[in-house]
Design a protein around this ligand. Structure first.
Ligand code: HEM
Length: 946
């Protein structure tokens, strides 16, 4: 196996140039480069790091000094002492300034830097797969201890993933005998998500519990059920302590230069462009990206059912604050000054199981079999576009088909408006909550606004565009083989003219879901993490390290992955390398190139998936890092195509497009104008003091409470506490990231002392200290077993400070607060490194586990047109961008093609756009520039004057 690894990593990631080193050590660029080359030679000679055998030995994103020097010179060495990962200081991982100047061969340095970053990320992923999978269905004991002679990580089927008696498909999958999905159950994505993995029918279906990425014993820290959590938090935390509304008001509120012009996020009458709500903006990410990720989360997970939580109603803070480290009741004056609301109340999160979990012993230690409480995911966990197509019997009733052609989604043309029209509005017979009245009818209607309306309408149009193209081709060649097959009758060729409307609808769903996954992987994420390592990494996940250029090599690598690992009984040891190999051929389509592929053979249909010994579902910790409400601006800067696109003609409050108000906002202004407006506007930075005013003050008439209001930023903290998410410092340790020892660690050490940015961060540190407090530490109290001090000793309450000294309550910081406070980020990262690490694991698993993205990505399921459509980003051959953006030949991006296809009025505006999520008026400059400067055509856009 090692030789394969060396082949992949050395051949594709890590080309080192060796050269002679001059004798003296004058620090000229030439000499320094020579020293780096020597360092690189030493690194290469030392070979690859072994993967840690225990959790507390993990690679924490920190490399040896010689490695840092090889990959980033002195700069990388200098920042090794900080808690933050090293790769962001390597050559070539930033903008042009991250490349060495005056070097003999900057290219080599760049390659070493970027390849080194990719190598670090791959180690991270291997360790995350090894240490961070905790299933809540009762499979965890087998995962640790193995079953029937198989080690846990090699187990591929679980009795817990069988359909229970009483399920309508129980008999169809085999009843009490061996369960295996077949026939109609495996053809397409099922409504409830069953039978994606045909041998684990229940996996990922709606109503199954959220998983965890952290040890069960570390969840629900406020219950203080273990000595470690007791020691860690010392009785200082609970559901409402520190007070969530106080945290929100003191740490999250956007500072307004002119509060009257913002009007708590409501803007000014008549959508006056004079309105203004200040927010901290990301220069390289737009509002389309913000609504995109909300649209995605509505596909992946939901704790709520049909727009509500469970009784009883509960208080949500605005009661106390810390005064000299003691929780002290707020006075009316203080309440008024803070702007919080003690009378706010909200419904409670649904709990699936809260009976005490079982225990078992393994390797001399006792473990819980699941978390003390579990919560069910009301969505299908699959990336199956269920927000559009439905996830249960209720939601699917809101999905309207075109009665004239049931292969299509219903879009209602509007009188006098050209184009395919809009989704119909919910009507009396539709299952709905009162708060959704007047909204467009969609499977997932919650928290609706004009942004979600945009994507739901766009993908309904895209669905229909695919159907139209299929029908066009079928009319030209009715006898031609569509590629589709029915597993109940696998040898029957299904010709174009034989494809039924129902089959075509389901094929279009598969295609739309795969397009969405592709946009998210190679377009949204590469802009979210705007730099060369992640551009390469994400494209490798999708297309393979070597792209699609050489199918022979790609197929050979795919064969190594699927046959070398997928079928091996020794997969336990080998699966840790699986992800490395999988990015060789690309995860997408893995196992779909098997010779003589047979849709009746379960091994062919299912052979490409890998769950690494733990059934797939999203973990609670994943939901935490998607609490991205800070991305939202309060006001949308509305522009019109038929006027000057550089002019902001209105400022429309997001809240004025909430729920039913979205329908008129969308229809009166039109998709094209909204596309332009949200494409041009920057989204909010994920940082402290950047939560939208309107979300802190939102009115939800569904709540039977005195205020009917809630502060969603505060509620984000409460929900995480209800779900038992560990607090920030332990969260990082659990994910193999280095802990912090004081609030001061949040200050970015790259910033010069006294600089305005540093001063602002220091002010944030003082606020954290005020809100979360300090305590006198006790070195006899061990607080974690997930990590150790550098000298191998156990980490205690003093976090390296002298016993009895006053230390920060850094252990109590809520995870959302912690990742928002992280200012030290790799270049072009719109998210923090803590969030990023959660994504590395779960974003990959979302692809690895889904057979429709791996071994069932085949014409037998998608039709040949469907496969080509996904691969080429639409009908016909792949289109390429002119030039070499950031040094790469690049296809026209999938979302750009979708927008041009379905909102053709946008085509001229999109022409210069390389990535739809990069603000459309921005000049991308050279090599991952983050500058906020306009393209020549956008010179007069007032957004560039801010
Ligand atoms: C118009 C904008 C938005 C509104 C009005 C809104 C509103 C809400 C509300 C009312 C909740 C439910 C709180 C509860 O009772 O637990 C919620 C949850 C959530 N929101 Fe938003 N939100 C918006 C935008 C976003 C965006 C842009 C994201 C980015 C990903 C996001 C991510 C989440 C997540 C992850 C949850 C938790 C869901 C769960 O627990 O299953 N939201 N939001």
């Amino acid at each position: 196996m090692k030789s394969h690894l060396s082949l992949v990593l050395c051949g594709l990631l890590f080309p080192l140039a060796l050269a002679a080193v001059p004798a003296d050590d004058t620090p000229s660029p030439k000499k320094q480069e020579a020293a780096e080359i020597l360092a690189c030679a030493k690194v290469a000679a030392a070979g690859f790091l072994p993967v840690a055998s225990t959790r507390d030995q993990r690679f924490e994103g920190k490399v040896a000094e010689v490695t840092a020097f090889c990959r980033g010179g002195q700069n990388a060495v200098q920042f090794r002492i900080t808690p933050w990962v090293d790769f962001s200081n390597y050559w070539g991982t930033g903008d042009l300034s991250s490349l060495p100047s005056g070097f003999l061969s900057p290219k080599t340095a760049q390659i070493n830097g970027v390849a080194g970053a990719l190598l670090d990320l791959e180690y991270k992923r291997i360790e995350l797969i090894k240490f961070n999978l905790f299933d809540n269905n009762g499979t965890f004991q087998d995962y640790l201890s193995g079953r029937g002679g198989l080690m846990g990580a090699a187990i591929k089927t679980w009795p817990q993933m069988r359909l229970p008696q009483g399920d309508p498909n129980y008999l169809a999958v085999g009843g009490a005998g061996e369960q295996i999905c077949k026939g109609d159950l495996i053809r397409f994505r099922t409504l409830t998500g069953i039978c994606n993995d045909i041998r684990n029918p229940l996996m990922g279906s709606n109503g199954t519990p959220f998983a965890r990425n952290v040890e069960f014993e570390t969840t629900f820290p406020d219950l203080e059920q273990t000595q470690l959590t007791k020691n860690r938090h010392g009785g200082r935390i609970n559901l409402l302590t520190p007070d969530p509304q106080v945290v929100s008001r003191k740490l999250f509120t956007r500072v307004q230069s002119n509060p009257g012009a913002c009007n708590l996020g409501f803007g000014l009458p008549n959508n006056s462009p004079e309105a203004n709500c200040d927010y901290q903006k990301a220069p390289f990410f737009n509002v389309l990206a913000a609504f995109w990720i909300q649209f995605m989360t509505h596909d992946w997970f939901s704790h709520m059912e049909e727009g509500h939580n469970a009784p009883p109603m509960m208080d949500i803070g605005c009661k106390t604050q810390k005064v000299n480290n003691v929780e002290t009741p707020l006075t009316p004056d203080q309440i008024e000054k803070l702007g919080c609301r003690p009378a706010d109340r909200v419904d409670t999160t649904y709990v699936q199981q809260d009976s005490p979990p079982g225990q078992f012993s393994a390797g001399g230690r006792t473990y819980l079999t699941r978390a003390p409480k579990t919560f069910s995911n009301d969505n299908t966990a699959w990336w199956d576009a269920s927000q559009l197509y439905g996830f249960d019997e209720i939601s699917v009733k809101r999905v309207k088909r075109d009665p004239k052609d049931p292969a299509k989604m219903l879009l209602e043309p509007m009188a006098g408006v050209p184009g395919p029209g809009y989704l119909p509005v919910l009507s009396a017979g539709d299952p709905m909550q009162p708060q959704w009245a007047g909204q467009e009818s969609v499977a997932f209607p919650d928290n609706w606004s004009v942004g979600l309306s945009f994507y739901h309408n766009l993908f309904a149009r895209e669905h229909n565009s695919f159907v139209d193209e299929f029908r066009r081709q079928a009319a030209l060649k009715p006898e031609a083989d569509s590629g589709l097959r029915n597993p109940s009758d696998p040898s029957r060729v299904i010709r174009n003219q034989d494809v039924t409307p129902e089959e075509l609808f389901q094929v279009a769903r598969l295609v739309v879901a795969a397009e969405i996954a592709k946009i998210h992987t190679i377009e949204w994420t590469t802009q979210l993490l705007y730099g060369e390592p992640l551009y390469k990494g994400m494209n490798a996940n999708w297309n393979g390290l070597i792209g699609t250029g050489d199918p022979d090599v790609s197929n050979a690598l795919a064969d190594v992955v699927v046959h070398g690992f997928g079928k091996s009984k020794n997969a336990a040891a080998e699966s840790q390398w699986y992800s490395v190999f999988a990015s060789g051929p690309g995860i997408f389509g893995l196992g779909s190139q098997v010779p003589n592929y047979n849709i009746a053979n379960p091994n062919d249909v299912n052979g490409g998936v890998n769950h690494f010994g733990s059934p797939f579902n999203f973990p609670e910790e994943f939901v935490t890092v998607y609490r991205l409400h800070a991305l939202m601006p309060d006001l949308l800067e509305y522009r019109e195509l038929n006027k000057d696109p550089n002019q902001i003609v209105q400022k429309v409050a997001v809240i004025e497009t909430f729920e039913g108000k979205a329908t008129d906002a969308m229809r009166s202004r039109g998709m094209a104008n909204w596309g332009l407006s949200m494409g041009r506007q920057r989204l909010g930075l994920l940082t402290l003091h950047n939560q939208p005013q309107f979300l802190q003050n939102i009115k939800l008439p569904r709540l039977d409470t005195p205020t009917q209001q809630i502060d969603i930023a505060a509620l984000d903290l409460i929900r995480d506490r209800e779900h038992g998410v560990p607090r920030f410092n332990e969260f990082r340790r659990q994910y193999g990231l280095r802990q912090m020892t004081s609030y001061n660690d949040f200050v970015d050490q790259h910033l010069p002392p006294g600089s305005p940015a540093r001063q602002q961060q220091e002010a944030y540190v003082s606020e954290l200290r005020e809100v979360y407090g300090t305590h006198v530490c006790d070195a006899s109290k061990v607080i974690t077993d997930a990590q150790r001090n550098a000298d191998g000793s156990l980490i205690n309450d003093c976090l390296g400070h002298p016993n009895g000294s006053v230390v920060d309550n850094i252990e109590d910081v809520d995870t959302v607060v912690g990742w928002l406070a992280e200012t030290t980020r790799p270049h072009g990262f719109a998210i923090s490194e803590t969030q990023f690490v959660v994504f590395i694991l779960n974003a990959s698993r979302r692809l690895y586990s889904d057979r429709f993205f791996t071994s069932s990505f085949r014409p037998e399921f998608y039709t040949q047109l469907g496969i080509d459509w996904v691969n080429h980003n639409g009908p016909g051959p792949e289109m390429m961008e002119a030039g070499m953006p950031n040094g790469h030949q690049q296809p026209v991006s999938p979302l750009k093609r979708i927008l041009m296809r379905n909102i053709p009025e946008l085509t001229p505006q999109l022409q210069p756009v390389i990535n739809v999520f990069d603000p459309w008026g921005r000049d991308r400059g050279q090599y991952y520039s983050l500058d906020w400067t306009p393209r020549p055509e956008a010179g007069s856009d007032p957004a560039f004057k801010q």
